[in-house]
Design a binder for this molecule. Structure first.
Ligand code: AMP
Length: 622
């Protein structure tokens, strides 16, 4: 018998999709070209509204954006926020029931049923319609591969029933669930925080209708949820509501009570409020503007960011109360949290960012789009679970070191060449002069020791530091390089919380040849660079010592004997005479001499400090 050889094709795609199945919007992402990317058809929005409209007359439900657009005309046929019903029973729903425009009751199996047009649906079935829609939305952007293996995210507080309900939805949608992942864990994965060895992370997630704070610990790349807190009815919609109230109050003389509570009017007012709120995240003032053409009525008011901040401050305070609770449950103090990640559209509100930053005393991660972070993290997890290791990311490294100019033209490197991305590094800086109220930052790239030999990337200023003696200000500067190689540098003065942020693309305009040339130059000039750098550092150090010596000498001059005084003054003159043209060994000798000559001055100052600290105390109290 003859045999015919068959080539068996393995149809299993190695790609898996990450899905953020949200209360308001859902998103799909996949791993592509070494990084997670959101997938959506060209020309269409990335997110799919988690909304189902039932047109009636046995017509198929309309899911997503079109369904949401139909909601205004017939809200009684449109379902929102199905996620709130997942894995729950009617008795548990309480106020959520008011949001469901259809009759709801428990089935004999204990699973909730929603009656629509003579049929009944479980939340799992409805959620499956959304999953299908978002999966299809993502697949339409992918050329050949249609991954039916998925990772789906759920809130960290979801119990087993809610997680199982989510799994069942995916099964009904014909999808193979590789894993259900906690949303805050996904957010951490998107920021590459799994590469941190150990530490505590707070994920602050403020969306349109819900607020979640999760405290996680990480140990060797494994995340553990330590605590969660939040408010299932707090978010950007509440911020909109305070502006809607302004419109309603403003139109009270012109419209009747009935007109002011008309659902059509309120929808228009809510849209005007949201537009104004979003504009205030980038502009210091914006227009709150609404035209009611049918009644010939217009509302118009300019709102400043400060005004909005004041109106929403009680709401923001509620989020911070939850943070306090979550930290206390986790047994941690704010300063024991190493990283803070902001998630959700409402974390674009500047006052929300500032409140989180002030509470945790950390610059939070805001470099990624807060709407996309969770889906991106789900795609990272999907990639890892389909055999792609995080090590693939290791191929993406920073080709040239990134740093800041320090006093004297030297460079302090924060991110070393060959660091894997995404990555973050934070370092402390301080002021050089007394009463310095601003710091100029100069971001540079390269391997050489001096700024003049490196590539300048950007300059920015941190203003508003309160006047204080040199060296007292504590400024944390963070460099974050995201998976796309975009560098975000943020600086924050710890005592006042003033902060600033700048974004640059370190590699834009640099060819591989130029990178190579810069590396070779750093090797060829290594010895000379080292000497120049040492000179610059010694000059800076001598400068700081001179300022300190001269200042203290004035206060205790009378208490020093003539010989010591002459010795110090000779060392001061020698230090002043030494210039940057001195060799490092000459400068070192001048520095050491200044240190030796000022030892009696230092001893005297220490003595004075000790005396004033002990004054008024008996010996046995010491
Ligand atoms: P999410 O539930 O994460 O999609 O977040 C939606 C919420 O984010 C809504 O309340 C939006 O109004 C709000 N949002 C989106 N963009 C901005 C912005 N630029 N400034 C303030 N809030 C925003």
């Amino acid at each position: 018998m003859g045999y015919i050889e068959l080539n068996v094709l393995n149809n299993q795609s190695n790609l898996a999709m990450g899905i953020d199945l949200g209360t308001t919007n859902s998103l799909a992402a996949v791993w592509k070209d070494g990084r997670p990317v959101i997938v959506h058809p060209e020309g269409e929005a990335a997110s799919v509204p988690s909304v189902i409209h039932f047109p009636g007359e046995d017509k198929a439900p309309i899911v997503g954006r079109k369904g949401r657009d139909l909601a205004a005309a017939s809200p009684e046929r449109t379902l929102f926020s199905i996620k709130r019903l997942m894995g729950r029973q009617a008795a548990e729903l309480g106020s959520e029931l008011a949001m469901i425009p259809f009759p709801v009751k428990d089935g004999e199996d204990g699973v909730l049923r929603i009656q629509v047009d003579g049929k009944s649906f479980t939340p799992q079935e409805l959620s499956a319609l959304i999953l299908n829609k978002v999966h299809d939305h993502g697949c339409r952007a992918l050329e050949e591969e249609k991954p039916d293996r998925v990772v789906i995210t759920v809130p960290a507080y979801f119990d087993d029933a809610q997680r199982q309900a989510t799994r069942d939805s995916a099964r009904l949608a014909g999808l193979d669930v590789l894993r259900i992942v906690n949303e805050p864990t996904a957010a951490c994965l998107a920021y590459g925080l799994d590469q941190n060895k150990t530490g505590n992370i707070a994920v602050f997630d403020l969306g349109g209708g819900t607020f979640d704070i999760s405290v996680l610990s990480i140990d060797d790349g494994v995340f553990k949820v330590l605590s969660t807190a939040g408010d299932t009815h707090l978010g950007g919609d509440d911020f909109d509501r305070v502006l809607v109230n302004l419109i309603v109050e403003g139109l009270k003389g012109q419209l009747s009570e009935e007109e002011l509570s008309d659902p059509g009017f309120l929808t228009g007012a809510r849209l005007a409020a949201e537009r104004c709120k979003c504009a205030l995240s980038s502009d210091p003032e914006a227009e709150l503007h609404m035209v009611l053409a049918s009644r010939g009525v217009t509302f118009h008011k300019t709102i400043t960011r400060d005004e909005l901040d004041e109106l929403i401050s009680p709401l923001i305070e509620k989020t911070i109360d939850c943070c306090r609770r979550a930290l206390s449950d986790a047994g941690l103090k704010p300063e024991e949290v190493d990283e803070v990640v902001l998630v959700g559209g409402s974390t674009r509100v500047i006052a929300v960012r500032a409140a989180a930053e002030n509470f945790f005393k950390r610059i939070p991660h805001t470099e990624l789009n807060p709407d996309e972070v969770v889906a991106l993290g789900a795609a990272v997890q999907a990639h890892i679970l389909t055999g792609g290791s995080r090590d693939m990311l290791l191929l993406d490294v920073i080709p040239l070191s990134l740093g800041l100019e320090t006093v004297g033209g030297a460079i302090s490197k924060l991110v070393e060449r060959n660091s894997t991305i995404p990555c973050s590094v934070t370092e402390g800086f301080t002021t050089y002069a007394d009463n310095q109220t601003g710091i100029d930052f100069h971001i540079v790239q390269g391997e050489r020791e001096m700024v003049s030999d490196c590539r300048s990337l950007a300059k920015f200023q941190l203003k508003g530091i309160p006047p204080m003696p040199a060296g007292m200000a504590r400024v944390a500067v963070r460099f974050h390089v995201d998976a796309d190689g975009v560098l975000t540098v943020s600086a924050r003065e710890e005592s006042t919380g003033v902060s600033t942020l700048v974004e640059v693309e370190p590699m834009s305009g640099l060819s591989d040849e130029e990178v190579e040339r810069m590396l070779i130059a750093s090797i060829e000039n290594a010895a000379e660079d080292f000497e120049t750098r040492r000179n610059a550092d010694l000059n800076t150090e001598i400068g700081t010592m001179l300022t300190a010596t001269e200042r203290s000498l004035e206060s205790v001059r009378a208490a020093l004997d003539k010989e010591t005084l002459d010795d110090i003054e000779a060392a001061i003159s020698a230090s002043r005479a030494a210039t940057s043209s001195e060799s490092p060994s000459g400068l070192q000798a001048v520095r050491d001499e200044l240190e030796r000559a000022t030892l009696p001055l230092a001893a005297l100052l220490m003595n004075n400090v000790a005396k004033s600290a002990l004054s008024g105390k008996r010996l046995d109290e010491v």
